[in-house]
Write a protein that binds this ligand. Structure first.
Ligand SMILES: Nc1ncnc2c1ncn2[C@@H]1O[C@H](COP(=O)(O)OP(=O)(O)OP(=O)(O)O)[C@@H](O)[C@H]1O
Ligand SMILES: [Mg+2]
Length: 145
């Protein structure tokens, strides 16, 4: 596990710049943390680094959005309003997971469906200071020591 302070937005941008080049189709990042802790902000920067020029905004009301104009397809899920896990299966979750890079906000709501191998990011904001804890999957471990 690695803890990184995100004192400014630039720190979050720098983190996305570090992580994005490591990603390939099939990689899953789960983004945990309270409302406003920076999950969507981070996702936007990952998208930018993957070369996606479209505006990436919060998919809360549609559960997910997909972007196909970057180096690799990006799927951005926000499960905050997920009613049941079946809903995700109907959206084609498993096809998504294998055909692109998938970032998932509020992953706790579908824990049983998500692959064991994922890079877990836990965002924190105590009202003053921001930081993230990163739990890499075995494949990416060496980049987060
Ligand atoms: N260091 C930082 N890293 C990320 N975001 C920051 C930072 N400092 C300030 N912010 C601001 O904090 C806000 C984070 O909001 P964001 O939408 O990313 O949260 P979220 O975790 O996705 O929340 P939700 O659970 O509601 O989807 C943004 O408005 C962003 O500009
Ligand atoms: Mg969000």
């Amino acid at each position: 596990m690695k803890t990184i302070d995100l004192l400014t937005e630039q720190d979050t941008i720098d983190l996305a710049r570090y992580i994005a080049p490591l990603l390939k189709a099939g990689d899953v990042l789960t983004l945990s943390g309270d409302l406003g802790s920076g999950k969507t902000f981070f996702t936007k920067e990952i998208g930018r680094e993957l070369g996606i020029q479209e505006q990436i905004d919060s998919p809360s009301f549609v559960l997910f959005k997909e972007y196909h104009c970057g180096r690799v397809p990006l799927f951005h899920l926000d499960l905050y309003r997920l009613k049941n896990e079946g809903e995700l299966l109907d959206l084609g979750l498993f096809d998504m997971l294998e055909s692109g890079v998938t970032l998932i906000e509020w992953p706790e709501l579908a824990e049983n469906l998500l692959p064991y191998q994922s890079i877990r990011l836990q965002f924190h904001f105590d009202g003053n200071k921001r930081w993230v804890e990163i739990f890499p999957d075995s494949e990416h471990e060496l980049y987060f020591t």
